[in-house]
Write a protein that binds this ligand. Structure first.
Ligand SMILES: [Zn+2]
Ligand SMILES: [Zn+2]
Length: 259
């Protein structure tokens, strides 16, 4: 095993992705191999937590937790970020991570893989609509280069827009994509845009060392309502994306409404 000097976890007590999903198995792992474990509660050790995430991890204004880091002889490496796709995703990913042979943990990644296939296989699943209702969500790809998909509920409300990247992710490109998509009518706040890195070891890929970066925007219904902004929907009839004033029960774009 490469010399592991310590494991660091940034977490929150109230987060089900953190406790018990991530902390328990990693605590056990650290105990088993006698590795020092450092925990940073984002509500108590704000500065330490922010610093390690900013320096080594998936940093954004309101970053995703948990994030796990391994301290090797040569320095600290980010190895895991919780899955906003759902607690089930985080649970499975942690299982993959725990069962991974840490001897094979290398931080050079191959670009020789089919991104869309990996996304379809590993990063799409059932979820529930966020902030708008509690119904289940559906998934649809809306762009190929860069690869972008949406989660939406049966009322057509889009709760998340996610872009996927091999290696370097282009934050500005994604923001301008969102602004084009919403024709500038939806208030996109930077704290609702987050990044997450997925690796072979948590995706459960054995034959290749790959990395996928996600940048995603969560469309927060209540925030938009308060800001008097429009919201992004997918038309029930024609599947085109459109924006409209909320609150509303309307599920159709202008063209389909006019029919
Ligand atoms: Zn909904
Ligand atoms: Zn339509």
């Amino acid at each position: 095993m490469q010399k592991i000097r310590a494991i660091h976890i940034v977490y929150a007590n109230w987060c089900p992705h953190c406790i018990p999903t991530t902390l328990e198995p990693i605590k056990n792992l650290a105990l088993k191999y006698n590795i020092p474990l450092y925990l940073y509660d984002i509500d108590k050790e704000v500065q330490k937590a922010d610093k390690i995430v900013k320096d080594y991890g998936d940093y954004s204004e309101d970053y995703v937790i948990p994030q796990v880091f391994i301290e090797f002889d040569e320095g600290i490496k980010h190895i895991f970020t919780g899955y906003s796709e759902g607690v089930d995703f985080t649970k499975r990913a942690i299982e993959n991570l725990i069962n991974y042979d840490f001897n094979f943990m290398k931080f050079e990644f191959s670009n020789d893989f089919d991104l869309k296939e990996i996304v379809k296989e590993k990063l799409i699943g059932e979820g529930s609509c966020y902030s708008h209702c509690r119904d289940k969500t559906y998934y649809k790809f809306i762009n190929e280069e860069p690869l972008i998909g949406i989660y939406y509920c049966n009322k057509g409300y889009i709760s998340r827009v996610i872009s996927y990247w091999k290696g370097k992710a282009d934050y500005d490109h994604f923001i301008s994509f969102l602004n084009t998509l919403t024709k500038g009518k939806v208030n996109i706040i930077s704290e609702d845009v987050r990044v997450a890195t997925r690796y072979s070891w948590d995706l459960g890929i054995k034959d290749k060392n790959i990395m996928v970066r996600e940048i995603y925007w969560t469309q927060n219904y209540n925030k938009l309502l308060k800001r008097n902004s429009e919201a992004l929907y997918i038309c029930k009839e024609c599947n085109n994306l459109f924006t409209q004033r909320i609150p509303t029960e309307n599920e159709l774009c202008e063209k389909c409404l006019a029919k």
